[in-house]
Unconditional design. Structure first.
Length: 342
């Protein structure tokens, strides 16, 4: 059931704002909604604050960075999935299917394993090494996919098959690196690969924010060309669209966004697959609508997934990737049942 686009945008943005404040109020140390509002909008600028020092630290130093990281991860993965589904004209395309996430994870795991002894030093050097490794791994996955596809890269189906092959191959290498790591490093890597926003701080937000913002801006700039590509490659080429260069450019941008997010939060699947489908059901398939709504709904979705991961088990935090995988499998089960009924 489709709803008016303007109303959908306003509603989605309002729900996102309420979700940020609602998630900030929940946790082992509960805060009231008014306290959250006061702590977010009044305490930073006023001399007096009705929150205690501990409450203010919990809100600003622990919860808000984690929530904003979840927001950026959900928005980035969702809009990346929407773009990949658009340039390949395949509703099953997402960063994991193309091996981008697997490549980024391999690069990050290699960096974390190689620089595990630097954890006692400044955290910035470790973060930069992990991010650099993830970017290199994401670029490697795109290179391998295009090399494996060869001249068949102009055919979307063979490009997808090449991506799947690269994904499995790089995942195998990641498992090999973990197997030969020390027990302590292997445990850290395994937990990181499952995805988590815990431990996020304000400094960690800058790079994901720039990646998601600049990448989304490029997607909107080239959205008209992408719409023409959906009509068919021959039609797009006739209208002057550089189809192959555009597809490669979009793959590289998606690879960079995914790699930076994977370096920060680990492996989180199914988000780029689910959210664009849900958005198309709500506002239709026009690309500019899908992109904006994917950003808003994906961000809201990931915030509440993080809340769910923190609240399912007492005194334990589930990896976010487990929650998204469970929800994703349920989502596909529903979609399959609907198609069978038709």
């Amino acid at each position: 059931m489709k709803i008016p686009y303007a109303f959908a945008v306003v509603l989605a943005f309002s729900v996102l704002c309420l979700s940020v404040m609602g998630a900030a109020a929940q946790g082992s140390f509960d805060l009231s909604f008014l306290n959250v509002l006061h702590g977010m909008f009044i305490c930073p600028w006023a001399d007096q604050c009705q929150l205690s020092l501990i409450e203010q630290q919990i809100l600003t130093d622990i919860r808000l960075p984690r929530i904003l990281m979840a927001l950026l991860a959900g928005a980035g993965l969702s809009v990346t999935g929407a773009i990949l589904q658009s340039v390949t004209r395949n509703p099953l395309a997402d960063p994991y299917l193309f091996g981008i996430s697997s490549g980024a994870a391999l690069g990050a795991v290699l960096a974390m394993s190689a620089f595990s002894g630097m954890l006692a030093a400044t955290g910035l050097s470790v973060v930069l090494n992990v991010t650099t490794g993830a970017l290199a791994g994401g670029a490697l996955s795109v290179f391998l996919m295009l090399t494996l596809a060869g001249k068949s890269a102009i055919q979307v189906e063979k490009l997808l098959l090449s991506g799947v092959a690269v994904s499995f191959m790089l995942s195998a290498f990641t498992s090999l690196v973990i197997y030969y790591s020390t027990p302590e490093t292997a445990a850290t890597l395994l937990f990181w690969l499952m995805g988590s926003f815990s431990g996020s701080n304000w400094a960690d937000l800058m790079l994901p924010f720039l990646a998601v913002t600049l990448g989304s801006g490029l997607f909107f700039i080239f959205s008209r060309w992408l719409v023409v590509m959906q009509l068919g490659e021959e039609s797009a080429a006739t209208l002057g669209v550089p189809v192959h260069k555009l597809r490669l450019g979009m793959l590289l941008v998606c690879s960079a966004i995914t790699a930076i997010l994977v370096a920060e939060v680990g492996g989180i699947g199914f988000v780029g697959l689910m959210i664009p489908h849900i958005v198309r059901l709500l506002v239709g398939g026009q690309l500019h609508r899908v992109l904006l709504m994917s950003l808003l709904i994906g961000a809201t979705f990931m915030i509440w997934v993080d809340v769910l991961a923190h609240s399912l088990l007492q005194d334990q935090v589930l990896p976010v990737g487990i929650v998204t995988s469970a929800l994703g499998s349920l989502f596909f089960f529903i979609i399959l049942k609907q198609r069978q009924s038709r």
